[in-house]
Write a protein that binds this ligand. Structure first.
Ligand SMILES: [Zn+2]
Length: 181
């Protein structure tokens, strides 16, 4: 694959990694290459400074479930329970399908990382410090998508866009794709 870092292959990521466990036929393993963390750090520095208060665990996961109805990226993000946060020291798990993610262009990889990180909201105080609970845990929320188009093409052709979606259509009509970088 031409779009990946030199020396980074799916096999290379898997090889020799002890942090690996199974459940329901799914296998997860930590990303020992630092590849995902590096992409995420750039994104956090640029767009989501509040996430510097969040400990993210980056893992590869296979097989990966279809994301068609949820995140349109070969990756998923979830908040850990309070118990798991306390035990493991991570707040959020960032799960990525290595095969489809590494096949993306670098730009689409950055977009996927942006998409997932965009889901994590840090509750901030007025003085721009993170709100914490009595045990010192940073308060997090999982942000839902703010654009929804759940419809059928033939339905839209026959009946037009539902009123609730018309605002989305208007919005998208005014959006210009930035020049690929
Ligand atoms: Zn999403």
């Amino acid at each position: 694959m031409q779009n990946q870092e030199p020396g980074l292959t799916v096999e290379g990521i898997v090889g020799g990694v002890p942090e690996r466990w199974t459940g329901k036929g799914v296998v997860y393993w930590r990303d020992p290459s630092g590849y995902l963390k590096k992409l995420a750090k750039r994104c956090i520095d640029k767009y989501f400074p509040a996430l510097t208060y969040v400990n993210v665990l980056f893992v590869w996961k296979r097989p990966f479930r279809s994301t068609d109805d949820y995140c349109p990226v070969p990756a998923f993000i979830r908040l850990l329970s309070k118990k798991d946060r306390d035990i493991f020291g991570y707040d959020v798990v960032f799960e990525v399908d290595p095969e489809s993610f590494l096949a993306l262009s670098r730009r689409d990889q950055r977009r996927a990382v942006y998409h997932l990180l965009r889901h994590v909201g840090v509750v901030m105080n007025e003085d721009m410090t993170p709100e914490r609970d009595v045990y010192g845990r940073v308060q997090l929320v999982l942000e839902k998508h703010d654009l929804y188009i759940r419809s059928f093409k033939d339905e839209v052709r026959r009946f037009g866009t539902q009123a609730a979606y018309q605002r989305v259509v208007n919005f998208l009509g005014g959006v210009e794709s930035p020049t690929p970088s």
